[in-house]
Design a protein around this ligand. Structure first.
Ligand SMILES: Nc1nc2c(ncn2[C@@H]2O[C@H](COP(=O)(O)OP(=O)(O)O)[C@@H](O)[C@H]2O)c(=O)[nH]1
Ligand SMILES: [Mg+2]
Ligand SMILES: [Zn+2]
Length: 290
């Protein structure tokens, strides 16, 4: 029978089956011999011997694997931004979009706190992210929560975003009875807990949610210029048409990306931050390899 590891403690794994039941299974000894460590998120084949523990026999190939927290097969990255306070960090959102693309995780942008929205923030959000799926929600008023539920149904999702944008509040609104701590006071304990705790998936609506907000996946400095370009759906289809191969879309003549910008088909904010990210990657690269 097939299931998904939602928790692992000392060689024992909680396996969520398709019908919602959770079993405890022991990993086969051969995994250790083969140097394979089962991860939370893994799809596994389990069997039920006549006596003793259920046995985890096979790990199916992983779609993706995050290192911190160690978890595999994430379908959806929910990037949460605030429409009011704190001021949204669009640069962080763009970096998360790059990470999602690189790891083949579908992104979903969620603008929370629309009950207390600042119009300028709403406008930036709506004009900058037309190339992505997005939702406007409020965990306070409940607006958009049903649409968010629908987007999470049957998927393994992870919530990410800066502190105090309302990730815990949204999860509380989604899971009645969860009562995660919210607000300013929990920030320090949040951090302490996340460094020590193993990742865990919460079964939810036929899918699951990763209990650790945010993640750190790979060194951006390892991204090549071309790989970075493919992370931008706005121009991933045209950047090869720039006159110069290796065009940085900055001061070069006959640049296909610049021409999209001039036609208003690429949001200025996204482009500005792209140049910022490009510079950051180049500088990190220099420090690493000089
Ligand atoms: N006005 C408003 N405040 C919210 C909303 N969602 C969360 N908050 C508040 O924002 C603060 C941070 O929320 P929290 O869920 O702890 O954010 P987290 O750090 O991302 O988990 C808390 O004081 C919440 O009450 C919302 O939709 N509207
Ligand atoms: Mg929180
Ligand atoms: Zn160019």
């Amino acid at each position: 029978m097939q299931g998904r590891i939602i928790k692992g403690i000392g060689g024992f794994y909680s396996i969520l089956l398709e019908d919602g039941q959770v079993f405890t299974a022991k990993a086969r000894g051969r995994f250790r011999n083969e140097g394979v460590t089962p991860m939370v998120g893994d799809l596994v084949e389990i069997s039920f011997p006549e006596t003793g523990y259920s046995s985890m026999d096979e790990i199916l190939p992983r779609r993706n694997a995050l290192l911190r927290p160690p978890v595999s097969n994430i379908d959806l990255l929910v990037i949460v931004l605030s429409a009011g306070v704190p001021k949204p960090d669009f640069l962080l959102a763009d970096k998360l979009l790059i990470q999602a693309h690189t790891l083949k995780i579908e992104p979903l942008l969620v603008l929370n706190k629309i009950d207390a929205a600042k119009p300028a923030i709403m406008n930036t959000f709506l004009s900058d992210y037309t190339a992505f799926r997005s939702l406007l929600v409020s965990s306070s008023s409940g607006e958009g929560i049903d649409a968010l539920k629908l987007a999470l149904t049957g998927r393994v999702s992870c919530f990410a975003g800066q502190s105090a944008v309302g990730k815990s509040s949204l999860l509380n609104a989604l899971f009645p009875g969860l009562s995660l701590e919210t607000g300013e006071l929990t920030r320090k304990t949040d951090r302490g807990r996340h460094t020590t705790r193993q990742a865990e998936l919460w079964p939810f609506l036929g899918g699951a949610v990763l209990d650790t907000p945010g993640f750190s996946l790979f060194e951006m400095s390892e991204l090549s210029q071309d790989a970075l370009n493919t992370c931008y759906p706005e121009f991933s289809g045209v950047f090869t048409q720039c006159r110069f191969s290796g065009c940085r879309h900055n001061a070069e003549p006959d640049c296909a990306v610049k021409s999209l910008l001039e036609q208003g088909k690429l949001a200025e904010g996204r482009f500005k931050r792209y140049l910022e990210i490009q510079k950051e990657i180049e500088e990190k690269h220099k420090h690493r390899y000089d």
